[in-house]
Design a protein around this ligand. Structure first.
Ligand code: PEP
Ligand code: MN
Length: 362
């Protein structure tokens, strides 16, 4: 082959600019809050599309569920007066119809909608024959097929401009993130669907402000096509997701500090399949470290408990049970029992060391 191949990901969303940055409040609260956030975001010069939640699917009742349809004219003002394209989350067909009526530019499906194929299909049916871009967040559970399935339902009714948003996966016992990123899942999505834009949502992955920059940067380093960041004029008093929102100015500084890659022509092998797979490996390794650190925190808590109750560190019967159980699990997962025994012993040794430190501390 004589021609130099361009290795840039080519997607409908990033034709003119890459990466694409979406920003705006978790929820539209008042007209002033929406307009003020949009003006201050626009002034940063660091974002392209304005987001706001109008209907908020909440995990538990009695949380703020969004102001509803009355926020749509506020979004229309953002578009007409401030000149920013807008995007809104839709969770059912009626929401989608109302957004179309108010000229919302892009729709997105939330993580709690993507999990439900019936809901996705209803929205898709409402959009049959309509030309509007739709972004689909990953489902709350780490199920790549379900995520891709949601996108396919939209493609089947004729939506051509589909995109994906990676917002992390909920996980029992997770302490560091609000939703564990499990980077290997979006990377596998990108490998299978190189023409579909992949946006990273660090806000819902982190659930806090101090690690937003790192997660967003990691997404950029992994060749994601864009970011979606929650911003609020008064983050501490936001009506939803207060802990993770940042002011438009902090957002501007965050994006300014990031290394945003525009072009990969100087690094032709970056996009190769092998490179993708290697990066998936790197991120599985990161996940392993994160899990190990979660495990050690629990081990230290157990150490403190044993110390308070004058119990020995090593509880032989419990340990034998763990070894036996992991041997069975090894066979089930196609791992050698030798490897699994070594691995679990190394973890155990570290747990004992950590507990010994607790015993020896005052
Ligand atoms: C949101 O974007 O505000 C939201 C509700 O996100 P998710 O669907 O990722 O929970
Ligand atoms: Mn939110």
């Amino acid at each position: 082959m004589t021609e130099t191949q361009s290795n840039k990901r080519e997607t409908w969303l990033t034709k003119d600019k890459r990466p694409i940055v979406i920003a705006g409040p978790c929820s539209a609260e008042t007209e002033d809050q929406v307009i003020e956030t949009a003006k201050r975001l626009k002034a940063t010069g660091k974002m392209d599309i304005f987001r706001a939640g109008v209907w908020k699917p909440r995990t538990r009742p009695n949380s703020f569920e969004g102001v509803g349809v009355k926020a749509l004219p506020w979004m229309k003002r953002v578009k007409d007066e401030i000149g920013l394209p807008t995007t809104v989350e839709v969770a059912n067909a009626k929401h989608a119809e109302m957004c179309l009526e108010f000229g919302i530019d892009i729709l997105w499906l939330g993580a709690r909608t993507t999990v439900n194929p019936f809901a996705v299909q209803d929205i898709a049916d409402a959009l049959r024959g309509v030309e509007i871009p739709v972004l689909v967040k990953n489902p709350i559970n780490p199920d790549l097929a379900l995520w891709i399935g949601g996108i396919e339902r939209l493609q089947k009714v004729g939506i051509k401009e589909v995109g994906a948003i990676h917002r992390g996966f909920s996980n029992l016992g997770e302490k560091y993130y609000r939703n564990r990123p499990q980077w290997q899942i979006p990377l596998e999505f990108m490998r299978l669907n190189p023409e579909i834009p992949m946006i990273n949502d660090p806000s819902h992955i982190c659930g806090r402000r101090d690690i937003l920059q790192d997660v967003g940067q990691k997404a950029m380093d992994l060749d994601f096509d864009g970011l979606m960041v929650e911003t609020h004029i008064d983050p501490d008093n936001a009506w939803s997701d207060a802990k993770q929102q940042i002011t438009p100015e902090v957002f501007g500084a965050m994006v300014t500090e990031m290394v945003l890659r525009e072009d990969y022509e100087d690094n032709p092998q970056l996009q190769s399949q092998l490179e993708y797979l290697r990066r998936e490996i790197d991120h599985v390794d990161d996940e392993l470290m994160n899990l190990l650190s979660n495990r050690m925190k629990i081990a230290r808590d157990i150490g403190a408990y044993k110390k308070d109750n004058n119990m020995t560190i090593l509880q032989q019967k419990r340990w034998n049970d763990i070894i036996e159980k992991s041997k069975n699990v090894a066979v089930k997962h196609g791992l050698s029992t030798e490897f699994v025994t070594k691995f679990i012993n190394a973890i155990h040794e570290e747990s004992i060391n950590q507990q010994e430190n607790i015993f020896n501390s005052k």
